[in-house]
Design a protein around this ligand. Sequence first.
Ligand code: NAD
Length: 494
Amino acid sequence: MKNRLWHDRAATLNFDGRAFIDGHRKWALSEKTFDNQSPVDGRRLGKIARCEAADIDLAVAAARRALNDGRWAGLAPAARKRVLIRFADLVQKYGEELALLETLDMGKPIKYSLSVDVNATANCLRWYGEAIDKIYDEIAPTAADSLALITREPVGVVGAIVPWNYPMIMAAWKIAPALAAGNSVILKPSEKSPLTAMRLADIALEAGIPSGVFNVVPGFGHEAGAALALHMDVDCIGFTGSTKIGKQILQMAGMSNLKRAWTELGGKSANIVCADCPDLDAAVAAAIGSIYFNQGESCNAPSRLFVESSVKDRFLEKALAMIPLFQPGDPLDEDSIMGAIVDATQLNSVMAYISAGTREGAKLLAGGIQLKAESGGYYIAPTLFDEVNNEMKIAREEIFGPVLSVIGFTDINDAIRQANDTPYGLQAAIWTADLSRAINISRALRAGTVHVNQYDGDDITVPFGGIKQSGNGRDKSLHAFDKYTELKTTWIRI
Ligand code: NAD
């Protein structure tokens, strides 16, 4: 039976909890470790190296040596491309193992770890590999007796700090463009889900990435993460995580060596459905599918749903009919489409938001409860609140769980004002049959991405990032190279 297959594999799975520094697996110098627990059933998966400042020093020194010796940065782009494509092929080759690690570590359904996370990671590595030998430098139109070459150089030693919700994909969005551009990289995965990042390091070495060029240092944020962000010999930090920690990262960059610091942070995205929505069924499917995908643990989840009052009842009726499909199930069962919440802390945080919603007068129409699985683990029923107003805690703060807040509106300008009345600016959506209206509303929405009559637009060719307190960087697309390269001008008298 399908269910048993992945459980049986999980029972025999071995993983290595050591850091990966300078081409070798290593325990932390202090020999400290921390326990890694699976949200699927609460089982202890094993111990992980707890890196601290001394380990970060080692990794940075290795990365700097590798940068300086030119074995990676000095390669022709076409040569780096070949290695990155091999890296992508190996990710696909080890796809089932990586997917299993991702599901056990983070709780997402195995179906999606296989079909989304593994494929997106391989695709990202392949795409940046393919791109790097198609980028030309420039010559500025200066005086006739000189040439001014504008070239891109690697920024140097890049620290990448990533969250737990898409552990592999978030890592790939940083390491693929950074490595393609010739940098050395030190990846700090989340302490909640470090397993796939560590496995990626072995795979990178197998693909031919020279030792020291790609290092992985598991540990806690305030130890390993802060040591990386504060390090005087790190040239750039690419950070994805919460707005709270993103602000600290920018401070740490500023108070150390003014390293480049790019942040991709939280969201509270508004999804606006007008009465002239061209396809209400599609709008319902997108709203429900997008908020509950990945157990609601997505930065761009459309967690505030504004629905024009004249269609709200019809919308909610369809939404409530669909919600039971998202009943959480065993993440190792291939039929499950919603899995476990990453850990007890996150589960308690989401449940506290649900209590706050009820206390503040929102109307609970679905879910709102923790589901106790016989095998243990952390599960929350897909939850929907109606009669929310934008001042409530559940509408203001990022919940990062399967909780949808519905806000009715009668005046589109008021809906736009409320949609923008948030510290965040990651994504938004507008559903209307009137294209001019859609474009005007899209212009008025303060978000890094606006969807029109969809919510699932996603492609490696398109930049992903936010404005306001959702961060200052863009992952994906050719624009990501701007983060990991420096422009250099060379004047030549001719
Ligand atoms: P988090 O900010 O708690 O942690 C993110 C990473 O930072 C982890 O690796 C953590 O160990 C590290 N960290 C924590 N404290 C640190 C410190 N003092 N110094 C240095 N590093 C530190 O976030 P999280 O809970 O892991 O992830 C959820 C958040 O990530 C949500 O807010 C979500 O919206 C956001 N996110 C954003 C995007 C995006 O592209 N905009 C994508 C995914 C997740």
